[in-house]
Write a protein that binds this ligand. Structure first.
Ligand SMILES: Cc1ncc(C[n+]2csc(CCOP(=O)(O)OP(=O)(O)O)c2C)c(N)n1
Ligand code: SF4
Ligand SMILES: [Mg+2]
Length: 264
C-alpha cells in the first residue's frame, strides 16, 4: 500500500510544537517555513538566535530548535543587535509584524538601517494589527475596511500606506540588502531570506525582508478571496523584488550590486 506523502518540516523546526498556534490559513507559518529552509540550507542552526516581537509573531516563541527571545514592538531588533555586538559569530534574526516594525517600533528600524546593523529583519505585512483583532496599521491599503476604519481607510485623514523596504533602502548605507517577497511566491521568498542571512554572515550590513502575508481571520476572507487580496490588491501597491543588493568589497568599501527588477 502506498503511503500518503507527508509535508517535510525544515530540520530546524521543533516537531513537538507542531501543529503550530497560528490560525488556519495564516501566512506566518509559510514565512517561518521559508526561514527554516534557509537556515537549513546555510547550516547555521547552532549559531542562530531567533527574536520575535509583540503581535502574532510571538506565537513563534517555541517554533524552532533555536535559542529564542521575545521582546516588545520593534525592540526585537536592538536587543538582537546588542547580542550580535557582544557575540559577532552569532546569526541574529528579528521577526515582527507590520504594526511593530512601522508604527510603535519604527524608530528602532530606522536607527538600525542608518547604522547598517548586522541583523536580518523579517517583517510580516498583513495590512493590519492581527493579534488585537484587525485594527488599521501603517500598511492598511487605501479604502480597506478594518476594525478602526469601518468605512475604509481614508488616505486624506491617515496618509498613504507605509512602504517599509523603500524606507530602509532610502536610508541604509552601501552593504544593505533590502527586498520584498510574498507568500504567493515561496521559492523567491526563501531565496530573499537566504540572501539576507548571508549578508549578515558576510558582514556587509543590514538585511531587511518584508513578506506580504495573509490574515484570513481578520480579513474575514475565504481561501479564494485571501489569495486574490494578496496577489492583486497587495501586490499592486507593494511591488515584490529586490530593492538593494550589495556588490563587491573594494578598498574596504562595499559597492552596490544589481537588484532584480520589482514585480507588479
Ligand atoms: C504599547 C502597546 N500598545 C498596544 C499594544 C497592543 N498590541 C499587541 S499586538 C498589537 C498589534 C500587532 O500588530 P502587528 O505588529 O502588525 O502584528 P500581527 O499581529 O499583525 O502579526 C498591538 C497594538 C501593546 N502590546 N503595547
Ligand atoms: S489573527 Fe491573523 S495574523 Fe494572527 S494568527 Fe490569526 S490569521 Fe495569523
Ligand atoms: Mg500585522
Amino acid at each position: 500500500m502506498a503511503l500518503a506523502a507527508q509535508p517535510q518540516m525544515p530540520r530546524v523546526w521543533r516537531a513537538e510544537t507542531k501543529p503550530h498556534k497560528f490560525c488556519p490559513g495564516c501566512g506566518h507559518g509559510i514565512i517561518l517555513k521559508a526561514l527554516g529552509e534557509a537556515i537549513d540550507a546555510l547550516n547555521i542552526q547552532e549559531r542562530t538566535i531567533f527574536g520575535c516581537d509583540i503581535g502574532c509573531s510571538l506565537l513563534s516563541w517555541d517554533f524552532f530548535n533555536l535559542d529564542t527571545i521575545q521582546t516588545h514592538h520593534g525592540r526585537t531588533t536592538p536587543v538582537l543587535v546588542g547580542m550580535k555586538r557582544v557575540r559577532p559569530e552569532l546569526v541574529v534574526v528579528s521577526y515582527m509584524g507590520d504594526g511593530g516594525a512601522y508604527a510603535i517600533g519604527a524608530q528602532h528600524l530606522v536607527s538600525s538601517a542608518v547604522r547598517n546593523d548586522l541583523v536580518t529583519i523579517i517583517v510580516v505585512n498583513n495590512t493590519q494589527y492581527g493579534m488585537t483583532g484587525g485594527q488599521m496599521a501603517p500598511t492598511t491599503l487605501p479604502g480597506q475596511k478594518t476594525e478602526t476604519t469601518p468605512y475604509g481607510r481614508d488616505v486624506k485623514l491617515t496618509g498613504r500606506p507605509m512602504l517599509g523596504p523603500e524606507l530602509v533602502a532610502a536610508v541604509a548605507p552601501p552593504g544593505a540588502y533590502v527586498a520584498r517577497g510574498s507568500i504567493a511566491n515561496v521559492v523567491q521568498l526563501k531565496n530573499f531570506i537566504q540572501k539576507g542571512l548571508l549578508n549578515q554572515i558576510e558582514g556587509r550590513g543590514i538585511a531587511f525582508i518584508e513578506a506580504l502575508s495573509a490574515c484570513p481571520t481578520n480579513w474575514r476572507t475565504n481561501a479564494a478571496e485571501t489569495w486574490r487580496f494578496i496577489e492583486k490588491e497587495m501586490a499592486a501597491y507593494f511591488p515584490t523584488g529586490e530593492l538593494r543588493t550589495p556588490g563587491e568589497v573594494k578598498n574596504g568599501q562595499v559597492g552596490e550590486g544589481t537588484p532584480d527588477a520589482p514585480e507588479h
